[in-house]
Design a binder for this molecule. Structure first.
Ligand SMILES: Nc1nc2c(c(=O)[nH]1)N[C@H]1C(S)=C(S)[C@@H](COP(=O)(O)O)O[C@H]1N2
Ligand SMILES: [Mo]
Length: 372
């Protein structure tokens, strides 16, 4: 870690600008898709440079406006029935601790919800995501384990629940084993910069491979509990509810944890291409798993292997590409990713009432002009 990172404050725009907008960073339409809430912006799939997603276009998903927290007075409290000695860390304390950096993808469970709706002729409630509620960053911070262990985790502790300092006090529990994993982090920095206000400054949780909602931003308190914890985000929201998902009381369905394998073509939907040789690129992501192969199919042709570009790591997306010389006319590109657990994107997924985890093989519509 460079010393320059330590303690530097993110830039804040003028007070007037903050009052008008609910988020801090600019969200120009050249880089981001506005879902209309004023809080939630997806990355444009055709504006993905490099492997790491730059902060200027990393998707934003916030249930309430970005809070303006002061790191100098901020603290993090670890408490609950599952610890012997509650403990409080200041921002300065965290920077004195062993720091780790890891590349991890965060994806919202509602990514592709509008495509799910199109399949069923239905408009789901919730953020109207296209394909852009996903991004990959290098997160730097302290392992959650290193913060919890000094508080003395009791033998009966089972759940760990970060809680935020924004208006909604967002909370989402995870099992103790996930909280203690090597790659569960309290992040202080993103892509080598102090965590930006919208992404959780001064500190956010990163729960590798899980639904984005578990990666609580603006965290101020972590409860460790000897009782299983039930809150709205694991009983009624971020839960698969529908005929294929029996309720797990008190949850109305099946709480979402690790995300399934899915893929993305880095083209607009629908796409307009020229009839010239070109490279089609994209990404595939498999939650906690590692993407091991990506196949593609043009129209009714056979499935073929796309080539993967390193890095190919678990809990982060993998880039893929193939060459294509399209004929003029209308085409469909289908992409099917497989992970190291042998899971492949299905042709269809069962319905769930809130439109989460839509991850089937998609039929990407392409129109190719007749003139080069
Ligand atoms: N405090 C807080 N944390 C939060 C949220 C929120 O609204 N408030 N949204 C969650 C959801 S649903 C997602 S998908 C991710 C999005 O992270 P990002 O905005 O940094 O991309 O943050 C999660 N953490
Ligand atoms: Mo989300």
């Amino acid at each position: 870690m460079s010393g320059a990172l330590h303690g530097s404050e993110p830039d804040h725009p003028s007070r007037e600008a903050v009052r008008e907008r609910k988020v801090v960073k600019p969200t120009p339409s050249e880089l981001m898709e506005d879902t209309g809430t004023g809080l939630d912006y997806g990355i444009r799939p055709d504006r993905m440079p490099g492997y790491i997603t730059p902060i200027d276009r990393f998707f934003l998903r916030s249930h309430a406006p970005t809070p303006h927290l002061n790191a100098a007075t901020w603290s993090l409290r670890i408490e609950g029935s599952g610890v012997r000695e509650p403990i409080t860390y200041t921002y300065a304390d965290l920077w004195e601790m062993p720091l780790v950096s890891m590349i991890r993808t965060i994806e919202c469970a509602g990514n592709r919800r509008t495509l799910f709706g199109e399949e069923h002729g239905h408009k789901f409630n919730g953020t109207q995501w296209g394909r852009g509620a996903i991004g990959t960053a290098e997160w730097t911070g302290v392992r959650l384990r290193d913060l919890l262990e000094p508080a003395g985790i009791t033998p009966d502790a089972c759940d760990v629940m970060p809680e935020s300092l924004d208006e909604i006090h967002a909370r989402r529990p995870m099992p103790l084993a996930k909280a203690l994993a090597d790659d569960t982090l309290l992040a202080l920095a993103m892509n080598g910069e102090t965590l930006p206000p919208d992404h959780g400054y001064p500190a956010r949780i990163v729960v590798s491979g899980w639904l984005g909602a578990a990666s609580i931003k603006w965290v101020g308190r972590i409860e460790v509990s000897e009782q299983p914890l039930h809150v709205p985000w694991n009983t009624e929201d971020y839960v698969l509810i529908g005929p294929d998902y029996p309720p797990q009381a008190p949850s109305l369905g099946m709480p979402i944890t690790a995300l399934p394998v899915a893929s993305l073509v880095e083209l607009p939907w629908p796409a307009q291409l020229r009839p010239v040789p070109q490279v089609i690129r994209g990404r595939a992501y498999a939650g906690e798993n590692r993407v091991t192969s990506v196949e593609y199919r043009i129209d009714e042709g056979s499935w073929q292997e796309a080539s993967l570009a390193p890095p190919e790591i678990s809990a982060a997306w993998v880039r893929w590409q193939f060459s294509w010389h399209p004929e003029p006319g209308d085409h469909i590109i289908r992409v099917r990713a497989t992970d190291d657990q042998g899971q492949t994107q299905p042709d269809t997924v069962p319905w769930n009432d809130l439109g989460y985890l839509y991850h089937p093989v998609l039929s990407h519509p392409i129109r190719v002009e007749s003139m080069p």
